[in-house]
Ligand binder design. Structure first.
Ligand code: AMP
Ligand code: ZN
Length: 139
């Protein structure tokens, strides 16, 4: 997509610290990492977010992420790894081209990802689930 920075990174038009390139994805170092080794799996075909990702890209992202996470474990030996992605500004998405974060984690590091568990009651839990269930037909 014209003007999309991650399209330009994925295609190689903008140089990046590339860890792996396949036909469908490019894996690059995040420019402002949560920890050293923080990588982004970027599909080459533009999709705004998870809902827009084509099936071949989705498969390629997951397979590639698993391969790279295994390599990360074998090389950096982190205490844990976060595999995550954000959809929409409210969820923390700042680049509107789908990408998956692979973040090596260490006990005592500065990364914070948490929510306050709530207790909305079983009726609220049930009705939200029921609403989503009813919407599956249209998805
Ligand atoms: P998100 O907030 O999930 O959309 O993540 C966007 C990520 O892209 C952030 O972690 C940024 O540090 C990273 N980022 C932004 N621009 C670049 C770039 N030119 N090269 C590498 N990473 C980038
Ligand atoms: Zn793009």
């Amino acid at each position: 997509m014209d003007g999309c920075i991650f399209c330009m990174i994925a295609s190689g038009e903008i140089p990046s610290e590339t860890v792996l390139e396949t036909e469908d994805v490019r894996v690059v170092a995040d420019i402002s990492p949560a920890n050293p080794g923080h990588l982004l799996v970027i599909p080459k075909r533009h999709a705004d977010d998870f809902t827009k990702l084509d099936e071949a890209s989705a498969v390629a992202v997951i397979k590639t992420a698993q391969r790279v996470v295994r390599a990360m474990n074998n090389t950096l030996h982190p205490d844990g790894i976060n595999v995550l992605q954000n959809n929409g500004e409210a969820a923390g998405q700042t680049v509107r081209h789908y990408h998956m974060h692979l973040i090596p984690r260490y006990v005592g590091d500065t990364v914070r990802m948490s929510w306050v568990p709530t207790a909305p009651g079983s009726e609220a839990i049930h009705s939200a689930a029921a609403e989503i269930r009813a919407g599956l037909g249209e998805a």
